[in-house]
Design a protein around this ligand. Structure first.
Ligand code: COA
Length: 709
């Protein structure tokens, strides 16, 4: 059975509604592209004012077409779109690509038109890409459809490209052609009123012609659904994304540490990390990486050998590789001895292997084969600066000939050689990615190694812990009933306890006698904190005393705190007596709500410098056990948790479990806006963690009703 997107990507007949008789119109470009790219099905131009368009019989309306029409490309002015779509519905057209602009992107009137368009689609059960898009492409031999108005025809290949920006789409198609990157499918999403990027990614997952997916994203329609889908798809096909628009307008003013540390891009960053999507920083990089993935096998590891005919670029490549986390392969003594016997005396037989300026194809072959045979080498970067004596096409030929015999990735850089140069064509024509500069090759190789490691990692599971959800519910609804959004410290501790957190022993006392009794029970040293509804930052008010070791010290601090508060016009309502926890390392764990991405868990090494150092990592909920471990390993100061200078390692497994418990808590209660556990002490391996100080803020009731909708 045909899927709904088949009618868009593989239609048997297409009506171009609004096909103009004039040249140089968007519609004439679309029609022209369909014809010149060799669409295998039937094409019907629709134009009420013409009996033929570009020598093809035209019809006044889609209703007049004598045959079935699978798909209509709509290129009429915005005011006519609804009527045309209605006619398509009546005709039984299944798929629409609406290129016309003038919908929600232009304000209220356009939004209303878009709403009506959506309603029409639903009533006729049609599938639509757009509006305000630049069309779709399917290069498959059975279809050969270019329904865009791009002046550059695509090359056939195994990369699918999805773009949220139509205008950029044209540039992308042009760039792809220039660097000889071939496409299986292309889609410009436009306003994505019906078909979303997520739906197309799922379609591409099943598409045998597509080996990898490139995305240009400006904003996520449904980020959580994207994560769910991408987690699955990236296990089969790499996804490489370029995400622009790093600022999220309307960011909530953050109240806690965790919120304050969430920069504008952390949501997207977390999302990509969690679902194995590789991120490119520019269009150039997107294609650089895409080219490597589309043509070369993945490296088994990170050890790279370089073969070059000049020292400088070899060093540049080394620097770039190392900075991207690759390693310089240590060539085996056998390889070195072999090279010494074969290469001129001036050559370097160490990695980078420098063949010197007069190297010809034969010399490249010797070095490449030796490096590829070496079991210490996972990948090869071959560099050529324009040779003085020999022809670089000969070198290019030598490179692809050797490459055919090995299944290790080979990336080349013919430094400064223009894309159209014969050497470049010789290489790309034989499946060897060729880059203008070695750094680009290094970056692309590193992306491949990262993806390979991602595939090797376990997928991870969403663990569900046995928690006291009812207790948590009771706490939260009591706070809501009192019209508060901020939980008292004790309430936060109880909430965390309900989700299995180990918290410092805490008792509430009404007076000094009570405090003394509690301290005795808990055991010294203790901490004493005065509680008053208007005092949020207790330390600033001098309402906290730490490390109290004796009853006398407790009496003394009790008196001091009471005096300090009364001098500021406050009288403590209660006193909190807490175990004064010591030992372990201070971490910070929390929740921060991103307006676009929803709840994010944060983890980092804590202490007073946390906001300054910002050594924290964010992840979206829900989180798998693998996400949690990766998250901990990703903080820069992770070695501190592993134990430095003879220190015992910390209980990282316990930290990982608590991250998942926190994730479960916010998934259960969407009204939790921020949680800030700081410090969260982690003890030696096997000894767990403990909450020392924590605060929780609920979303405002309006936010809560929105998020549960
Ligand atoms: N059914 C069929 N054809 C119709 C029609 C209808 N209901 N109403 C008008 N037409 C015909 C016109 O007669 C005309 O043909 P002609 O030139 O032979 O007379 C043709 O459709 C085009 O109409 P025209 O008024 O010339 O429009 P246009 O070509 O100047 O602009 C769009 C049409 C869709 C390109 C324009 O409205 C638009 O939206 N441009 C922006 C597109 C864009 O940027 N999209 C996003 C890309 S990322």
């Amino acid at each position: 059975m045909r899927e709904r997107l088949d009618y868009i990507f593989s239609p048997e007949s297409i009506a171009v509604v609004g096909a103009s008789r004039s040249r140089r119109k968007v519609s004439s470009e679309v029609l022209d592209n369909l014809l010149t790219f060799g669409f295998t099905g039937r094409v019907y131009p629709i134009n009420p004012k013409a009996s033929s368009v570009h020598s093809i019989k035209a019809y006044p309306s889609v209703l007049d077409v004598p045959d079935d029409v699978d798909m209509a490309i709509i290129v009429v002015p915005a005011a006519h779109v609804l009527r045309v779509v209605e006619e398509c519905g009546q005709k039984g057209v299944k798929g629409l690509v609406v290129i016309t602009a003038g919908f929600s992107e232009v304000g209220a009137a356009g939004t209303e038109r878009e709403r009506q368009l959506h309603a029409l689609l639903k009533s006729y059960d049609m599938t639509m890409i757009g509006p305000n898009c630049m069309g779709v492409i399917n290069t498959h031999d059975d279809v050969q459809m270019d329904s865009t108005f791009s002046p550059i025809p695509p090359l056939k290949g195994n990369i699918a490209f999805l773009t949220q920006s139509g205008a950029l789409g044209v540039a992308i198609l042009e760039h792809a052609r220039n660097v000889a990157v071939g496409m299986s499918k292309f889609a410009s999403l436009g306003n994505a009123v019906d078909v979303s990027g997520n739906e197309i990614i799922e379609y591409l997952e099943r598409d045998p012609e597509t080996d990898l997916i490139l995305l240009y994203i400006e904003s996520f329609g449904d980020p959580r659904n994207f994560v769910r889908i991408a987690r699955r798809v990236t296990r089969k096909k790499p996804i490489i994304a370029l995400k622009s628009g790093r600022t999220e307008a309307g960011r909530r003013a953050a109240v806690s540490h965790t919120g304050a540390m969430a920069g504008p891009d952390v949501g997207a960053q977390a999302l990509f990390e969690q679902c194995g999507v590789l991120r490119a920083g520019s269009i150039q990089e997107l294609f650089d990486i895409g080219m490597a993935f589309s043509q070369q096998p993945l490296p088994a590891g990170r050890r790279v050998a370089i073969v070059t005919n000049a020292g400088g670029p070899g060093i540049m490549a080394t620097d770039a590789l190392v900075s991207y986390g690759m390693e310089m392969a240590r060539l085996s003594p056998k390889t070195i001895a072999y090279l010494e016997g074969k290469l001129p005396e001036e050559a370097s037989t160490q990695n980078p292997i420098d063949l010197i300026a007069d190297a010809d194809g034969a010399r490249y072959k010797i070095a490449m084969e030796a490096a590829l045979k070496d079991e210490n080498v996972d990948a090869l970067v071959v560099i050529t600066v324009p040779p003085i004596v020999t022809d670089d096409v000969e070198i290019a030929r030598a490179i692809w000939e050797v490459a055919q015999e090995y299944d290790k990735p080979i990336l080349s850089s013919f430094v400064s050689r223009a894309k159209e140069s014969p050497a470049f064509m010789e290489l790309t024509g034989h499946g060897i990615p060729s880059y203008l500069f070695p750094e680009n090759a290094a970056r692309s190789l590193a992306a491949m190694a990262t993806y390979k490691e991602y595939l090797a990692r376990e997928e991870g599971e969403f663990r569900v812990f046995d928690v006291d959800r009812e207790e948590a519910e009771g706490i939260i609804s009591a706070v809501r009933r009192q019209g508060r959004t901020r939980l008292h410290e004790l309430e936060t501790l109880e909430l965390l306890q309900a989700y299995g957190f180990d918290v410092v022993a805490t008792r509430m006392a009404q007076d000094l006698e009570g405090a003394l009794a509690h301290a005795e029970e808990i055991g010294y040293p203790v901490a004493l904190k005065a509680v008053h509804p208007e005092i949020v930052h207790k330390t600033e008010y001098g309402a906290v005393a730490l490390d109290i070791r004796t009853p006398d010290e407790l009496r003394e601090h009790f008196a001091k705190i009471t005096k300090r508060l009364s001098s500021k016009g406050f009288e403590a309502e209660e006193f909190m007596v807490q175990e004064f926890a010591r030992g372990g390392k201070e971490t910070i764990m929390g929740v921060s709500l991103d307006p676009k991405f929803g709840p994010m868990i944060v983890f980092g090494l804590g202490g007073i410098y946390v906001e300054f150092l910002k050594d924290v990592v964010f992840r979206l909920t829900p989180m798998t056990d693998v996400d949690a471990m990766r998250m901990i390993e990703s903080v820069r100061s992770y070695p501190i948790l592993e134990g430095v200078r003879g220190e015992p390692p910390s209980d990282v497994a316990s930290l990982a479990e608590y991250l998942q418990r926190l994730s479960q808590m916010v998934e259960d209660f969407h009204e939790i806006g921020e949680v800030d556990i700081n410090p969260f002490l982690v003890f030696e391996k096997g000894k767990g963690c403990k909450v020392v100080d924590a605060r929780t803020i609920l979303t405002s009731p309006e936010d809560a009703s929105r998020s549960s909708a």
